[in-house]
Design a protein around this ligand. Structure first.
Ligand code: 9MR
Length: 759
């Protein structure tokens, strides 16, 4: 054991703060790491390929050979037995020869390697102490593991004083799931003929009685809860209170149990109409290249046009390709000499970037909302309306959903490499600043240069797909535009097939925009072939579909049926819903697969005390977990539209409970909906939290939601060891869990419109 030169890392300080909070109850349990001081030669640490272990000077050093992926070079120790629901403290001292953060995990020691807690050890070239507390969530034998690969030079990683001990549970208040009302409800409300369940946070082992109370404080129903045990996603024990049998519409209801009372909620058939409007109207002030009018968006949201070349912004009207070191590192010798007018479109999120893959799937989901309403919503569906949302085009004779999608479609078409140039017909992956800015920053105030990034196969197939989809939907209202869309779709299809390996790389993260990296385009190809087939009926696309691994593959997993990087699930739903031109056997197969996937979601929902359908890999909530839940709801909606089976409709309705407040944080994730909703999502222009002259995000803004990986400084400081559902903070700097994004609000529009229509 060495002590010289020991420092406390930033992380260490954050952890120290947690320790103060926990200290009163801390009682050290038995040491679970044998000889973690490396003094007796009895430790059980092992090394994988490419790593040599040396036990000298009272510490354990790993000499790591260059290369490989991060998981190709491992050291770890097995035989760790933890008890779910109990708390543990991991501590150690580490030295790395090149200063960098080293990941560490407590995970199951065998498939499926279920992660119980993930840490980042603030590695430094001087010995640095690390300590973190976490709650165990898995009873199988675990291992402590350090992935060390992925570096182009050999490196050395040394550890000492490795210790893992049980500690007393922190005071109940320290688990963020214990804050807020003990009874968690859908704060918006429940359908009279739908499931009505609430979740109670309680350690009680026996059922608890509860009452349903109306707005005049009269008890109108009562029942007892079903104890549902410890929920690892929330880190607490729960009960489920079911009051589905009560069907009288009204506002101001609440559930009561002893001293506890829930937030108020409605029972109503008209819960989602207003949300459809707000979630769709959210896109207008997200538009680039147009002045946002206060008389339309609301006074607080008026702002000058962004990126139209009015100083200090450089504008998107004539943008060249990325040059210099950034371009060389990312794209080798790729360059271009042309400049493009890529003004317009939507800003992706809280940043000023515009990314073709994310733009395509988002526009596609708005278009899908329209197509679904036309096919299944009945002639009166509001989603078909021309005065649906708050946009300048309202009342122009074209449905608002098409108007809004068109704003993005025109931008996407402009991202195509012009004829006569190398890679003609391919689509630039993205356009954004060459360096990151930070909030507050109105789009019109952004002084950074903008640049086009290399075209990618993924972006090109995605634009082929959404342009083909849009062309059939604009055929009546704007045949000229429909023709342009179809011609572009075909051109993109040809170009992407001619350039099948132009991946979108991971950037260094400092280049002013997100990566949207993707090197597997089999799903984008499948989506493009799907939309081209649905629009043209041309058998050549059917041949491509049949040859795709996604044709009959399992593409709708409960980890999130689809998202920007993996669009196969979306394509499958499109084929199932609109594939009447498929040969009958094929259509049957496709439809059966959607119904089968939706059926597998039902028992997952029944097993979740909070009613969400979401089974992320390793129980780790993903970046944008809320939208993954929405995509799963869309699978249920398709199953309902195909079968008319109300089991699917009710499952979709109940899934919304989680997003609207029946969750571990008692929080609605949609601004302006429910008793407590986010006000400070990460955005450069809805930056009220850091500049009081700017507004908060508008009503109907969906927050990304809990993210188990602490990516931003706020999460690193406040959310270490958080139970998955609680890894969220409503802070403008918490971009990893609290951003707004086009591909999150678009499925919200779809689901809200579906729930408003479906009976
Ligand atoms: O939503 C994206 C998520 O799936 C990725 O894991 C993450 C990191 O690459 O990026 C997210 O997208 C962000 C994008 O890169 C930049 N604009 C904001 C997006 C939402 O956070």
């Amino acid at each position: 054991m060495k002590r010289s030169g020991e420092t406390v890392s930033r992380l260490g300080i954050a952890q120290a703060a947690m320790v103060v909070l926990f200290l009163p109850g801390v009682a050290a349990g038995a040491e679970l790491i044998v000889d973690g001081r490396f003094e007796h030669g009895q430790d059980g640490f092992w090394a994988g390929d490419g790593v040599a272990l040396a036990r000298d000077g009272g510490e354990l050093c790993a000499d790591v050979s260059a290369g490989g992926d991060i998981w190709d070079r491992l050291i770890g120790v097995n035989g760790v037995k933890l008890e779910p629901g109990l708390y543990y403290r991991l501590s150690l001292a580490a030295t790395v020869d090149t200063a960098r953060a080293v990941p560490a995990r407590i995970q199951r020691a065998a498939e499926p390697w279920t992660v119980q807690s993930a840490f980042s050890i603030g590695g430094a070239s001087v010995r640095t102490s690390f300590s973190a507390d976490f709650m165990a969530s898995d009873e199988e034998e675990a291992q402590l593991i350090f992935p060390l690969g992925g570096f182009d030079k050999p490196s050395r990683f040394c550890i000492d004083d490795v210790s893992l001990v049980e500690i007393a549970a922190p005071p109940a208040a320290a688990n963020r799931a214990n804050r807020g009302p003990a009874i968690r409800v859908n704060q918006l409300g429940y359908f009279p003929d739908g499931p009505k369940r609430a979740t109670v946070i309680s350690d009680a082992r026996k059922a608890i009685s509860f009452q349903l109370v109306d707005a005049s404080d009269a008890v109108v129903g009562e029942g007892t809860t079903r104890p549902s045990g410890f929920d690892p996603s929330a880190g607490v024990r729960t009960h489920v209170a079911d009051f589905s049998a009560y069907a009288v519409p009204g506002d101001g209801y609440r559930l009561v149990s002893g001293d506890w009372t829930s937030d108020r909620f409605s029972i109503s058939d008209n819960l989602y109409g207003r949300l459809t409007v707000d979630a769709l109207s959210w896109f207008y002030p997200q538009r680039s290249g147009i002045k946002i009018r206060g008389d339309i968006a609301g006074k607080a949201y008026a702002r000058p046009a962004g990126h139209v070349g009015v100083a200090p912004n450089e504008g998107d009207k004539s943008v060249g390709c990325l040059t210099g070191d950034q371009a060389r590192v990312l794209y080798g010798d790729w360059s271009c000499t042309y400049r493009l007018d890529v003004s317009g479109g939507w800003y992706d999120a809280g940043d000023h970037g515009k990314y073709a893959v994310n733009g395509a799937i988002s526009a596609a989901q708005l278009l899908a909302t329209f197509e679904r309403a036309r096919a299944f919503g009945g002639p009166q569906s509001p989603a078909l309306g021309d005065r649906l949302s708050r946009i300048p085009e309202s009342g122009n004779g074209i449905p608002d959903l098409l108007d809004e999608a068109r704003w993005e479609l025109q931008f996407l078409l402009s991202m195509m490499v012009p004829d006569g140039e190398p890679l003609a017909g391919m689509v630039h992956h993205k356009i954004h600043d060459t360096e990151w800015t930070s909030p507050p920053m109105l789009p019109s105030e952004d002084p950074k240069p903008r640049a086009l990034h290399q075209p990618s196969t993924a972006a090109t197939f995605d634009v082929a797909a959404v342009a083909a989809q849009a062309s059939r939907l604009f055929a009546n209202d704007n045949p000229t535009f429909a023709g342009e869309l179809l011609a572009t779709a075909r051109k993109a299809w040809v170009a992407a097939n001619a350039n099948p390996v132009l991946p979108a790389p991971k950037s260094d993260g400092h280049s002013g925009g997100g990566d949207y990296d993707d090197d597997d385009v089999s799903d984008e190809l499948y989506w493009a072939a799907t939309e081209l087939f649905l629009t043209t009926g041309d058998a050549k696309y059917l041949d491509v579909l049949r040859a795709s691994p996604h044709w009959s593959g399992d593409v709708l997993p409960p980890t999130g049926a689809f998202h920007w990087r993996n669009v196969a699930g979306f394509a499958r739903l499109q084929l199932a819903l609109y594939g009447e031109a498929l040969p009958k056997a094929d259509l049957d197969m496709v439809r059966r697969s959607v119904l089968a996937a939706a059926r597998t979601f039902l028992p997952l929902q029944a097993a979740e005390p909070f009613g969400q359908i979401y089974r992320p890999a390793n129980h780790q909530y993903d970046w944008g977990s809320n939208q993954l839940i929405l995509q799963n709801v869309i699978v249920l909606s398709a199953a309902f539209d195909l079968s008319g089976d109300k089991t699917f409709l009710n499952a979709a309705r109940e899934s919304m409970d989680y997003l609207l407040g029946r969750n571990a944080l008692a929080m609605s994730y949609i601004t302006g909906y429910g008793a407590r909703s986010p006000q400070n999502q990460h955005s450069r222009w809805y930056a009220h939290q850091v500049d009081p002259t700017l507004p908060n995000p508008p009503v109907g803004s969906l927050a990304g939601g809990p993210n188990s990986t602490p990516v931003d400084a706020i999460a690193k400081e406040r959310l270490q060891g958080c139970a998955p559902q609680t890894c969220y903070v409503d802070d403008i700097e918490a971009y990893g869990s609290n951003e707004i994004t086009i591909n999150w609000n678009a499925p919200l529009v779809y689901v809200a419109s579906f729930l408003a229509d479906a009976r």
